[in-house]
Design a protein around this ligand. Structure first.
Ligand code: FEO
Ligand code: CA
Ligand code: CA
Ligand code: CA
Length: 685
């Protein structure tokens, strides 16, 4: 039976069930950032003018990031890049890579793809991937079974090459969180059983699973029991590494060394490193911990009562009153070596502790890692880490170990943005200022530097350990810019520009909250926007950037939207951009979470340069209640993670809101979907 009434929460319209299980009802609590930071309009213009930044950007040469490693392309001049004057009417075909008939907004309980494209479900929650794991039976699920099966709520996806095994790749997926009411028949939230809790622990974490292409029909399927298949869960042993490892802030009664922690939680988005590992952001970790006090919370929104899932009843480490430092051991960027299933994954303290949406990496011209990461909370910040050690090439064990230490030494920065239009022209409606763009300059403010000899804080009144563990407080102190929920951040491997998805912030300009500014120009921002940064990123000492809003999302008929100046009668409606990715042509692909336009979430492609810059087209939609995640766009295949299908308030195992992917009578299952062209040609050409 279908649930007829999609109960939505009054704050921003997302399913109340999503709010409850995903982020612990974050939007029902006051935004944790109550610091008195200046907003963009207040900040005195930096000495570096936007124009000089643009000139600088024009002369850099960028090395392509992971995925196209080895290619070297020249960054086009930002001034020369056609900036799409309003009212232009581009002629001819869509940008290469975007030549498909857009999918219309809809509410179908399925994955809808363009005409001429085919799809298959690659792997579902519960599918056995490890040797000895039983077939999925939701009525007889056990923690032991789940630990050998694909986890719940797939989010970030990575595909890594598997040399020597033709047609095969290693798929790595995040399992962000569990929806107990959709997993367990008769689930009682007030009294979960130990078995249910342990199943949830085993359904969190990461999966690595080898997949292979069926040459006859294009489908991608799992290779079960492959020796590289692996599950990482909420109880897998991790190494804490980097400057704060071993600090008093990270010691617990179970781990007096402060260097070993069990599990990873709420892994949202991530990235693939040029040295062949994957990064995974620990996002809303606060919701798993109970009984915090004002003194133990430190601005992360940890609850003062019982947690939603009541894990503290089964393991005291989730009870902050009993084990105050355990919560300091979550909220990091995690690194997995998918080629070594016996290796302990790492939590990198040098990248700071906050609600990491994800982490994406590229290399400077001399081989140092640059990592971007957003803190997904209303009015929080986005960050960059620049490593001091250079990546080594080669395949030996010593090389591998060196590269796995690259994220332990370097400097962590937070972003401050300055608008170039008079504050009076930013009226909170989304109306463009007189210069025709929401744009300006910005700087990366150093927070702390980690070296082999120790770490140095750049924040007055905070030690280096405190900066790395209470990074939000450090951002507050240096006056970082409060953003509208920074989600995925990704550099364009073709142009070097960096794109920051800002999902929404319905509290912007409401009550005592920070008002609209040029970088977050709409009050009560329901639909979100995308920021484009231009910086000399290939230099390790680059701390200045120029920025512009590339996309202000919503219904194109809404005057408050902006599609890089592309004619708005030729684009798809889009709302709540979340994950971003690039195709081999340099088009930006955007997946959405929480569409506020009355239709389902989806995946969109948009041209970032040339005459068609800003032309945005919807490629697919996902089933009822689902969010689109983990987009990967290869030459001939698109992969998406369909996360939390059926997550509509009031839905349960007995009363599902969705019957995807297996039809009526079968339990709804988060799953990974592959899409390809029926004629076998490249995507969108
Ligand atoms: Fe897990 Fe910010 O989305
Ligand atoms: Ca401006
Ligand atoms: Ca999201
Ligand atoms: Ca996300």
């Amino acid at each position: 039976m279908r649930v007829q009434l999609p109960l939505i929460n009054a704050v921003h319209g997302r399913s109340a069930l999503t709010c409850r299980f995903r982020c612990g009802d974050a939007c029902f609590h006051p935004a944790p950032n109550t610091s008195a930071n200046p907003y963009v309009g207040d900040v005195i213009a930096t000495a570096l003018s936007r124009r000089s930044m643009m000139r600088a950007a024009a002369v850099v040469t960028v090395a392509a990031a992971a995925g196209t490693a080895g290619t070297v392309v020249t960054a086009p001049s930002a001034q020369a890049a056609p900036q799409a004057p309003a009212g232009r009417k581009p002629q001819g075909k869509a940008a290469r890579g975007l030549r498909f008939t857009p999918v219309a907004p809809n509410t179908a309980d399925t994955v809808t793809v363009p005409a001429g494209y085919a799809q298959n479900v690659v792997v579902r929650w519960g599918e056995p991937i490890l040797r000895g794991a039983p077939a999925f039976d939701p009525e007889k699920q056990t923690a032991a079974a789940q630990a050998g099966q694909f986890g719940y709520n797939n989010d970030f996806l990575a595909l890594l090459p598997l040399p020597g095994e033709r047609g095969r790749q290693v798929l790595v997926a995040n399992h962000e969180y569990t929806d107990e009411v959709l997993m367990f028949r008769g689930y009682d939230a007030a009294a979960p059983t130990r078995e249910q809790v342990e199943i949830a622990w085993a359904a969190h974490g990461l999966s690595a699973v080898v997949v292979e292409e069926n040459k006859k029909n294009g489908a991608l399927t799992v290779v079960p029991r492959h020796h590289l298949n692996r599950r990482v869960t909420a109880t897998t042993e991790f190494r804490l590494t980097g400057p704060a490892a071993g600090s008093d802030l990270l010691k617990t009664s179970a781990d007096p060394t402060g260097r070993t922690v069990l599990g990873t939680l709420n892994n949202c988005s991530g990235g693939t490193t040029p040295w062949g590992t994957t990064l995974h952001g620990e996002e809303n970790f606060n919701q798993y911990f109970a009984n915090a006090s004002r003194a133990t919370d430190k601005r992360y929104g940890i609850g003062t009562g019982a947690s939603e899932r009541k894990w503290e009843r089964f393991d005291k480490r989730f009870d902050v009153a009993q084990e105050p430092n355990e919560v300091h051991r979550f909220g990091y960027v995690v690194e997995l070596d998918p080629y070594d299933p016996s290796s302990a994954p790492r939590k990198h303290t040098a990248l700071g502790r906050f609600k990491h949406e994800g982490a994406t990496v590229r290399l400077t011209h001399d081989g140092r890692p640059v990592v971007y990461s957003g803190d997904d909370e209303r009015f929080d910040y986005f960050y960059k880490f620049v490593g001091s050690k250079r990546m080594k090439h080669g395949s030996g064990r010593a090389v591998r170990e060196h590269n796995l230490s690259l994220l332990d030494e370097g400097t962590l920065y937070v972003a401050r943005l300055t608008g170039d239009s008079p504050a009076i022209e930013i009226d909170g409606t989304g109306k463009l200022p007189a210069d025709g763009e929401f744009d300006g300059s910005g700087e990366w403010i150093p927070l702390a530097t980690a070296t082999a000899r120790g770490a140095v804080s750049h924040v007055e009144g905070m030690s280096a350990d405190e900066v790395f563990v209470f990074t939000r407080l450090a951002g507050d102190k240096v006056g970082a810019t409060k953003m509208d929920r920074p989600e995925d951040i990704e550099p364009n491997p073709r142009t070097g520009k960096v794109y920051v998805a800002l999902t929404n912030n319905t509290n912007r300009g409401v009550g005592a909250n920070a008002p609209a500014d040029e970088a977050n120009p709409r009050n009560a921002n329901k639909h979100g926007h995308i920021l484009e940064l231009t910086e000399r990123w290939n230099r390790a000492d680059s701390t200045a950037f120029a920025w512009t809003l590339f996309l202000v999302a919503g219904d194109p008929e809404d005057p408050a939207t902006y599609f890089a100046g592309f004619p708005k009668d030729q684009v798809s409606p889009i709302s709540c951009p979340d994950n971003v990715a690039f195709d081999p042509h340099g088009n930006l692909w955007i997946s959405t979470d929480g569409n506020q336009l009355g239709s389902h979430d989806g995946l969109f492609g948009v041209a970032t340069r040339g005459e068609r810059r800003g032309e945005l087209k919807q490629f697919l939609t996902v089933p009822t209640g689902a969010e689109t995640c983990g987009p990967l766009v290869q030459d001939r295949r698109v992969l998406v993670a369909v996360q939390h299908p059926g997550e509509i308030s009031g839905a349960t195992v007995e009363k599902p809101a969705s019957t995807w992917p297996d039809g009526p009578g079968k339990i709804v299952r988060p799953a990974v979907v592959a899409v390809w062209r029926r004629d076998g040609d490249d995507i969108g050409v």
